[in-house]
Design a protein around this ligand. Structure first.
Ligand code: PLP
Length: 243
């Protein structure tokens, strides 16, 4: 076999090469951030956020060794997860979630990152029990008090964590946060460690800290993130959502 130049690759092969190169770059950033923070790179799980991207990208990334995928809208996530049935994937739901979508999300998601109110806890618990599944739930913390982006205020974390832990069908997994807008990234995630401690005081094994996106994975890892949610840096830019 002669070597093929990239111009000889078909579109699927080109996309695979592009994803492989992006993945190597993201893994390199994670490793460097862990080294700078004195942490082991094995402590950080990469979640590929595949919103607006086709199921074929999910399949290519699984071939490249990615195991964790995230989506933020049920309408898009449900068919994509169905198209990937049988692949060794942990599905994460990371978007704001309406209670009436709970049973759909509970049918394919393994981890819900955006649990921010008691009503949603009850809806997810009922849905998980009906589906005969256990859902890992993260308490989403609002670090900037912006209700548009979801999340409970840091002072409400313990109470919501207790509600999750008490709900049959749900497993308390940890905390999730988005960087507050308009704060230097190095300071943005500072309150996360006390929020994580509050959740671990409810359940010692609830050690997930989901924080960090394409633009701020380094400060998130330095603040203790165990799961980073990476879209753009891995899959390329997205069209703005149609509303
Ligand atoms: C889209 C999204 C991400 C990924 O954002 P990028 O900046 O593209 O890496 C992470 N978390 C949530 C909740 C998202 O909606």
């Amino acid at each position: 076999m002669s070597r093929t130049s990239s111009s000889e690759l078909n579109p699927a092969q080109r996309r695979r090469a592009e994803l492989a190169s992006n993945l190597a770059e993201v893994r390199g950033r994670i490793a460097a951030a862990c080294a700078a923070a004195g942490r082991d790179a094995g402590e950080v799980t990469l979640i590929a956020i595949t919103k607006t991207k086709p199921a074929s990208d999910v399949m290519l990334l699984t071939e490249l060794g990615v195991t964790d995928f995230g989506e933020n809208r049920d309408d898009e996530a449900a068919p994509k997860a169905a198209a990937c049935t049988g692949l060794p994937i942990t599905w994460h739901f990371v978007g704001q979630l309406q209670s009436r979508k709970a049973s759909s999300v509970a049918s394919y998601a393994d981890v819900v990152h955006s649990v921010d109110r008691p009503r949603l806890v009850r809806a997810l618990g009922a849905a998980a029990r009906a589906a005969g599944r256990e859902l890992t739930c993260l308490v989403q913390v609002s670090l900037d008090g912006d209700p548009e982006r979801g999340g409970v205020a840091p002072g409400g974390v313990t109470q919501l964590a207790q509600a999750v832990a008490a709900e049959p069908g749900l497993r308390l997994g940890g905390v999730m946060a988005m960087a507050p807008l308009g704060l230097p990234p190095a300071d943005a995630f500072a309150p996360l460690s006390s929020c994580s401690a509050a959740v671990r005081s409810v359940s010692a094994s609830a050690a997930i800290v989901s924080a960090g996106m394409s633009g701020d994975l380094e400060p998130a890892i330095s603040a203790g993130a165990t799961h980073v949610r990476i879209g753009t840096a891995l899959l390329g830019g997205r069209e703005p959502p149609v509303r």
